[in-house]
Write a protein that binds this ligand. Sequence first.
Ligand code: DHB
Ligand code: FE
Length: 279
Amino acid sequence: MANIVGGIATSHVPAIGRAIARNLQEDAYWKPFFDGYKPVQGWLEQARPDVVVVFYNDHGLNFFLDKMPTFSIGAAPEYRNADEGWGIPEVPPFSGDQDLSWHLIDRLIDDEFDVTTCQEMLVDHAFTLPMALCWPDQKWPVKVVPVCINTVQFPLPSAARCWKLGEAVGRAVRSWQSDARVMVLGTGGLSHQLDGERAGFINKDFDLQFMESLIHDPKWATQFSIHELVEKAGTQGVELLMWLATRAALGEQVREVHRNYHIPISNTASGLMVMEPTA
Ligand code: DHB
Ligand code: FE
């Protein structure tokens, strides 16, 4: 049976792509952010995942407002990035693990998560940039399975529902007949709001409490409705749903391996955590 070696939760911001392209990692603005990923790269060398299940939200590259699945899973042989504007360079394509994709789809539908299956899927900055932060040489040593959660068009799935999705993904991975080492990656958040009267809103107290909760009281955030989460974390801060799904996939107990938090990257409070399952 497959083994989950750990999970990484991280923010994603398009400006990171531009900073990578311009080699700004040592620049004063970017250094505290990029330095946070060095221990992640060290951990990855030890954890040696073969496959990564990526919880992320598409921002209009693959799905648009006319067709918006709540939960969708990639089952493609390959995933490509495409021009999202702002001159973000495209990264090399990712190889899909179709065996794990279909296993997840089968198990999730059995488990009453009626996911949309995508045999073609473009992946946007929320997928590509966290991968590039994990593997800066962009020679991806892993296969991938994208799991996309709608945080773009209301109504959004609740935090409690995303927790259950993560649990179901964890169970499904652990029942996969494979000796692969699987990692879970969740991207989005932490607090930020890009639009409206509160544009620029950041809530450090909430973010720190949320990060802490993932270790000691991981279902803490599931008490909040989506509107309460928007109030606390900002309209786009609700992307923290990916962190919840990631944490849920890891099982009952985890050990914290690494944490970083830095304000701001663009409009976003950027957070990063690495966790390993212990039970
Ligand atoms: C920003 C943050 C995001 O999560 C995103 O998807 C786009 C932009 C930002 O802070 O600029
Ligand atoms: Fe985003």
